[in-house]
Design a protein around this ligand. Structure first.
Ligand code: SF4
Ligand code: SF4
Ligand code: FES
Length: 204
């Protein structure tokens, strides 16, 4: 089927979500709560594009193309909305990058730099009290203050991570009995430094 992206025609299969079609066509669409072939629920809103038919912003990670669809994927308006989404996440991010063990793989940090997002409350270098990282299994550790509650670890670990509470108070937790069900590889899915692999002494 044919859709239009920034007024240019694009042939798409219609079988894949927009983010996949757009990335394959060379458009740089950011994402945090989405990973290819993984279970997810749209929550971060950094992948937004504008549907010109009704002027609505839509999450490209959770929307399939429709014949004739017209999209704006990188106007100033779209870019500003994505930046605002990142800033919203940073406003509740009780952590600093300099001392973060997961910083080398952190897409939130990468995006915040690339988008020139403001750290309104804490700042990447501000001293912040955070709890110790919790040991999950093997080399895998979890630091709740760095979690953006994207849910990727919840939706992709069977009887592993889970949500506790609702709304703004919602947090990701790991019931003690569930730790045995978790694989270290889940760290690769986490878009922040909340889940990271720590080098253990006997590895060195
Ligand atoms: S998780 Fe990412 S954004 Fe947060 S402190 Fe670590 S490197 Fe910085
Ligand atoms: S630990 Fe990572 S993957 Fe899990 S919800 Fe938090 S940010 Fe997302
Ligand atoms: S990547 Fe689409 S809503 Fe998060």
């Amino acid at each position: 089927m044919k859709i239009f992206v920034n007024d240019k025609a694009l042939e798409v299969s219609g079988q894949r979500v927009l983010i996949e079609e757009l990335r394959e066509a060379g458009y740089d669409i950011p994402s945090l709560c989405y990973a290819p072939d993984a279970g997810h629920e749209a929550s971060c809103m950094v992948c937004m594009v504008r549907n010109e038919a009704d002027n609505q912003m839509i999450p490209s990670c959770a929307t399939y193309p429709v014949e004739g669809m017209r999209l704006d994927v990188d106007s100033d308006e779209v870019t500003a909305l994505r930046r605002m989404s990142v800033e919203l996440l940073l406003s509740d991010h009780r952590a600093r990058c300099g001392a973060c063990e997961g910083r080398t793989k952190c897409r939130l940090r990468e995006l915040s730099v690339k988008m020139k997002a403001k750290w309104t409350r804490y700042g990447p270098l501000a001293p912040v009290d955070t709890k110790e990282a919790v040991h999950v299994t093997g080399r895998l550790f979890f630091e709740a203050a760095k979690c953006i509650r994207c849910g990727l670890c919840v939706y992709n670990s069977r009887n592993g991570f889970t949500f506790k509470g609702r709304g703004f108070g919602m947090e990701v937790v790991i019931p003690e009995d569930n730790k045995k069900n978790i694989n270290e590889k889940i760290a690769d899915l986490c878009p922040t430094g909340a889940l990271f692999l720590r080098q253990l002494h006997h590895d060195e």
